[in-house]
Every structure is written in C-alpha cells, then in structure tokens.
Write a protein that binds this ligand. Sequence first.
Ligand SMILES: [Fe+2]
Length: 226
Amino acid sequence: MKIQELVLNSNKLDLQKNFYSKKLGFEIIEEFGDGFSIQTGATRLSFVNFTDQNTNYHFAFQISKEKIKVAREWLINRDISLLKETKTKSDLVMGKSLYFRDPDGNIVEFIGRSVEDRRSAFAIESVLRLSEIGLPTKDTFSLAKKLIDDYHIVPKDEEEFNHDFCWVGDDDGVLIVVKEGRHWIPTNCPSIASDFQIKIKVQGREYAFKSSKGEIENLNVVKSIV
Ligand SMILES: [Fe+2]
C-alpha cells in the first residue's frame, strides 16, 4: 500500500509552513486559501487551517535504514529536538526510528526501512514517502476489518492484531489503527481521533477516504487538493 496524498488539520498553520518548508526543507508545491501542500518524496502532504483542537497526529516518513545515523545528525543540526528513547521494544530501541514534534505537537517519525538511497549524506530528498499515519478509533478490530475488506489493504502481520493496536499495511504504507487514548510511542501523549483525508494506492487501484472521529468514510476526491 502506498500513501499518495494526506491532508491534515493544523491550528498553527504559519509555524507549520515554516517548519516543513524552511527548517526541514520540503518543497511547497501549492498554497491555497486556508492551507498549503508540500511534496514529501512520493507523497503530497497538505495542512489546512483548523483551530478547534490539538491534533496530535502520528505519522512517519520513510528513509533508508542506512541513513538513520546521518539523519539523526541532520535533525540535530537543524535544532530539532529528538524525543527521548524509551525502554519499550519498539523500532526506536532497535535503532530504526527517530521521533520529533512539529509546531502543532504532532509526533513525527523518520523510519528506516530496507530501501535504497544512493546519496552519501542525508538530504530532505532522502525522504522517500510518507509511509504511516495513525488512526485512533474506539473499535480497532472492526476498523481494521473495514480497511482490509473495503480497500483491500493486505496487512503484513495480521496475527499481531490486538484490541489496542492493528498495523494495517506494509513497510511502504500503513494505517496504524490504535485504541483511542493509547499513547503514541515514545511519548505519554494519548492518541486523539483527529480528522484527516487520505488517498492511497493498493494493488494498482486508488482509493480516497476521510477519517472522522475514528470512523472512515469513502471519498470520491480528496478535498483541498486540486
Ligand atoms: Fe510510527
């Protein structure tokens, strides 16, 4: 599964724009009335103005696992504070992930995967795609089943599904369906079922849906994106 487009809400739009375009260096590909889009590898990521609540999304950008070490230095050199490592058996401990917050407070991850990046150093072009987004909900099993049945997503580890956590997808693209309120590693922050819109490609077919309060709703097109 691949995430082609993702639209997130933001209540600090100007700060987000500065962070993603200036501090991280992603290219702004469009600015519209109440938001902007950046190109993050193969994925178009948009933020739209929404002032009602904190969003607390969790999402990850895929990089080559060979680049984790240089990506850590690269982030530190940009004055981005990495979130502290925890002693859980997570990707973080296994040295595969770097976590930091953006100005909205979202928990952002660089995740190292077995993919090629021929650059010797790390550059923002080393980000290959946005490869995961968290989807907090009340009933993880029924939402995971809907994603599998309606969107034909093939989960890599279906036997690992539990009431707190269902990892629906593969290394290239995954929807992390968690019980609403479960904390996002490596923080103690409870997950919030914040709305988003997404366009995915599964086995050659494109689908778009909206996640609203932990429920998903099919979309013909992703709004806010031309
Ligand atoms: Fe993650």
